[in-house]
Each structure stands twice: as structure tokens, then as C-alpha cells.
Ligand binder design. Structure first.
Ligand code: UDX
Ligand code: ADP
Length: 464
């Protein structure tokens, strides 16, 4: 089967970059990305490609090359579904905030809505692909909805989880470690559908890196990969606290441990805690599934990764307060970095939100600077947390346009995202602008402790 027309439902951090790269690599395929969010689609279509809604290094130039040639962004979901041979579902699956599984299970309402819409519109057979991270066995639910519409259309459901990391999405998509495709291996139609998707990726990914499995293995692999990565971060973060007590240096420990080829060096960077849309959500999902099957020990084992991460964020903020003579009330504190990591404007589950919230509860005055995150987003993150009124958040937090502005007359600085530009700052100049004693809290181990102490900062870094 040769695919000519692809539709992707959801123009977010996953759907946008993934479809842009498919469009670039498969010029003979028409790719349409649809979203119900009109503002988002308008931004994707902005004549100035630097204004697309998602910041990822390298993305805007691909969009510039392919947009309106074989890559289209639209709000006409029905039309795109109707025309497509292959439909990717890339809508968000946040953690449920209500009902059974609240705070743990994934909220599948957006997925279900998509399935119903596909069922209502489709007139010919379709391959439907789960791209969003979904709990194991979601494909079965999707299939049920699609198969029970009675209009004779046949669907093949594939799972093709996304392994791209934000900030390096384009690079990860262009040369992935592997591509995983789960499908109904048992049936001829299932194998054909998988083959069709394999062929899309084979346009640029070596065949040996494209794995085909059954659907459940594919779904569970995604959760497991993220759980393993998050576990490494929580493990090194747990050790960072011990380092602070004993005088060991967590970077030195991480280096020594990571040089063991069985462990490897990646994902051992101690931090103020991991953030992002995947790690916490996927682990909570894993925990929820384990509990559903009554696997208490399995659930507790993975839940500890989250507990450790929450502890790390709180510990960092508590440490700030304690170091500043147990009170930050009325003190101006600069937060450098709001995104959950560098090179993205995504702030979902960013440690900065929790640290700021803690400090606001202590009545600190917060000033934030992030190179890519908008003021609107920062307030909306705090409002979403719901600790205080929107007015109180706007009163307590100011958003500024440079690091120097943020640090002017501040008592303390908290570095919460490892943006490269923070490494280039003139820290002596910043120190001179601050109230003394000036405190510097490094949640990303960005700065050399020695130089900061030389300048005169009261210095604290995670695991130091
Ligand atoms: C992750 C997975 O890496 C990706 O494969 C999956 O598809 C989606 O989830 P992402 O959330 O974009 O990607 O970012 P990632 O680079 O994994 O970082 C997650 C968080 O962990 C960030 O807050 C990051 O700063 C933190 N982290 C990462 C550390 O604190 N220390 C590390 O050593 C690595
Ligand atoms: P991710 O990081 O998984 O890509 P995002 O929240 O960035 O998550 O993107 C998901 C997108 O899916 C959002 O832009 C949202 O508007 C869109 N979406 C959700 N439900 C539907 C739907 N039923 N039809 C079309 N788009 C949808």
C-alpha cells in the first residue's frame, strides 16, 4: 500500500515537529496537520516562520521549506480525515483531574473524541496511528469505537510512540535511536498497515532501526523507556542530597558512575527535578496500571521516582528560604529560566512553577526571565496550580526581558533552566547590581562554584 495522504490530529509539541520532518523527508506525501485550536493553527500559518507556536531548534526552517507545498496546517478536521489514508492521533493526554484515577490515570477524553470524529467522517479504509503516549490497551478502546460505527469502513490501529525529546526534537526525528511500530502482527491487514508506516520512515531511517512489535509491547515500551530515564534522574537527585551532607560532589560521583559502560553517562545530571509533559504523566500511568492489576509492589516501586522528584523541588525551595535567614517575605528573588529544560518554550511540569509557588507562599517578590517563555504562559502556569488568586499571582510575580533586569536589586537568584545564555552572563556585573549579601542558587549546576564564590555570592548548587 502506498500512502499519499497523511493527516495528523493535534498540532502540538509532538504532532507539529513530527509532521514537519515527515513532510520534508517524503516530498511525495501530502501532510495535513489539524487542530481545534484556531489560534494555534493561525500561528503555524504565520507568514513569519519565526512566529510558529513551538520553539525547537531547526523547526522553523523545515516549516519554511515545506509549508503550503506538502505540509498544511488547518482547522478543517473533517476534510483532512476524509482525504487521508493514514491518520496520526497526536492530541494531548493529560493526567486526569477528576473522577476515578484522578491525579494518576491518563485522561483519554480527547482521544475518544478523535476516534468518534474519525468514525463519523471516514468513507474509506484508514490506518489510525496512536502517536500520543497512551496507557497500555488504549488501542483496544480505539478499535472498539471505530469498529462499532456500522458503516463498513475498516480500520487498522497502530501504535507508533514518540521518543523525541523537546529541545532536540528535529534532530531526534531525523536520526532516531529507533522507531517503534506496534500493530496486529497476527493478521494480513495488520501486517500490511505496519508495512505502510515502515515505508514512510524507511525514507530516511535505516531499516534495522525500525522495530515492529505487537501493539501492547509498543505501548508499554514507551512508558517503560520514560520510567527508566526518569528513574536515573531521581536516582542521581537522591544522591545529590547525600552529597550535600557528606561533602561529596554529585558531578564527580555522576562522572565516576557514568564511566562504567554498563551504566553509561547520560541522564545522570543532578537537577532541581525533572519536568516536562512525559516523565511524571507516564510514570503515574504505569503506577495506575500496576495498581489496576493489584501489583502493589510494582506500583510502589515506580511511584517512588515521583516522590523523590517532588521532594527535590521542595527541598530546593526550602533550602533557599533557610539559607536566607529563614525568611524571604518581601525579598526580591530573580528566577532565571521557566521552561522545563533549555531550547524549548514548553513549561509543562517545570520545576520553576513549583519553586516559584513555594516562594510565593513565603511572600517573596518574584521576578522571572526566560528567553522563550511568554509572560502569559508564566501566569497561566501559576494560575493552573491554583494556590492563590490570579490577582495575587500577578501581584507577586513580574516577568522581565533580560537576566540583568531580573537580578537588579534582587536579594537572590535561582537558576532553574540550563539555557546556554545564562553561562555567558557577566556575573560580576549582576553581583554588583544586587543587594548584599547576594545569594545564588543553582538548580542546574550551571556555574562553577569556585568562580561564583570569588565574585562574592553566597552560593548553593544542587549536590554541592
Ligand atoms: C522525554 C524523553 O526523553 C523522550 O524520549 C520522550 O519521548 C518524552 O519524554 P522530554 O520530556 O522532552 O523527553 O525531555 P528530557 O530531555 O527527557 O528531560 C526531562 C526532564 O529531565 C527535564 O526537566 C530535564 O531537565 C530533566 N533531566 C534530564 C535532568 O534533570 N537530568 C538529566 O540528566 C536529564
Ligand atoms: P503534545 O506535547 O502531546 O503534542 P500538545 O498539548 O502540545 O501536546 O498538543 C496537543 C494538541 O491537540 C493541542 O493543540 C490540542 O488543541 C489538540 N487537540 C486536542 N483534542 C483535539 C481534537 N479532538 N481535534 C483536534 N485537535 C485536538
Amino acid at each position: 500500500m502506498k500512502i499519499k495522504n497523511i493527516c495528523c490530529i493535534g498540532a502540538g509539541y509532538v504532532g507539529g515537529p513530527t509532521m514537519a520532518v515527515i513532510a520534508e523527508k517524503c516530498p511525495g506525501v501530502k501532510v495535513t496537520v489539524v487542530d481545534i485550536n484556531e489560534k494555534r493553527i493561525k500561528q503555524w500559518n504565520d507568514p513569519d516562520v519565526e512566529k510558529i507556536p513551538i520553539y525547537e531548534p531547526g523547526l522553523s526552517s523545515i516549516v519554511k521549506e515545506t509549508r503550503d507545498k506538502n505540509l498544511f496546517f488547518s482547522t478543517d478536521v473533517d476534510k483532512a480525515i476524509d482525504e487521508a489514508d493514514m491518520i496520526f492521533i497526536s492530541v494531548n493526554t493529560p493526567t486526569k483531574t477528576y473522577g476515578i484515577g484522578k491525579g494518576m490515570a491518563a485522561d483519554l477524553k480527547y482521544i475518544e473524541l478523535c476516534a468518534r470524529q474519525i468514525a463519523a467522517v471516514a468513507k474509506n479504509d484508514k490506518i489510525v496511528i496512536e502517536k500520543s503516549t497512551l496507557p497500555v490497551r488504549t488501542a483496544a478502546a480505539l478499535k472498539n469505537i471505530l469498529d462499532n460505527t456500522g458503516n463498513g469502513v475498516k480500520y487498522q490501529i497502530l501504535s507508533n510512540p514518540e521518543f523525541l525529546a523537546e529541545g532536540t526534537a528535529v534532530e531526534d526525528l531525523k536520526s532516531p535511536d529507533r522507531v517503534l511500530i506496534g500493530g496486529d502482527i497476527e493478521s494480513e491487514e495488520g501486517r500490511e498497515a505496519m508495512e505502510a508506516l515502515v515505508n514512510i520512515y524507511a525514507s530516511w531511517v535505516p531499516k534495522e532501526k525500525i522495530l515492529t512489535t505487537n501493539v501492547w509491547s509498543s505501548e508499554l515500551s514507551k512508558l517503560t523507556a520514560n520510567a527508566f530515564l526518569a528513574q536515573r534522574v531521581s536516582s542521581i537527585n537522591a544522591i545529590s542530597e547525600l552529597c550535600e551532607k557528606t561533602g561529596a560532589d554529585v558531578n564527580e560521583v555522576a562522572k565516576a558512575v557514568g564511566m562504567d559502560s554498563r551504566v553509561g553517562p547520560k541522564f545522570l545530571k543532578a537537577s532541581v527535578g525533572f519536568g516536562g509533559s512525559c516523565f511524571q504523566k507516564d510514570i503515574l500511568n504505569l503506577v495506575y496500571i500496576a495498581r489496576t492489576y493489584n501489583l502493589q509492589e510494582v506500583a510502589d516501586y515506580w511511584e517512588q521516582v515521583i516522590i523523590m522528584n517532588d521532594h527535590q523541588k521542595r527541598r530546593f525551595a526550602a533550602n533557599m528560604v533557610q539559607t536566607m535567614y529563614n525568611t524571604v517575605a518581601g525579598k526580591k528573588i530573580a528566577i532565571l529560566g521557566w521552561a522545563f529544560k533549555k531550547d524549548t518554550n514548553d513549561t509543562r511540569e517545570s520545576a520553576a512553577i513549583y519553586v516559584a509557588d513555594y516562594l510565593l507562599n513565603e511572600q517573596a517578590e518574584i521576578v522571572v526571565y526566560d528567553p522563550k517563555v511568554t509572560e502569559e504562559q508564566i501566569y497561566s502556569d501559576l494560575d493552573y496550580l491554583g494556590s492563590r488568586s490570579g490577582d495575587a499571582n500577578r501581584k507577586g510575580v513580574t516577568v522581565v526581558k533580560s537576566s540583568y533586569e531580573a537580578c537588579d536589586n534582587a536579594h537572590a537568584i535561582a537558576v532553574l533552566t540550563e539555557w546556554d545564555e545564562f553561562k555567558q552572563l557577566d556575573w560580576k556585573k549582576i553581583y554588583d547590581q544586587m543587594l548584599k549579601p547576594a545569594f545564588l542558587f543553582d538548580g542546574r549546576r550551571l556555574l562553577e562554584p569556585k568562580t561564583k564564590k570569588e565574585i562574592g555570592f553566597e552560593f548553593y548548587a544542587i549536590g554541592n
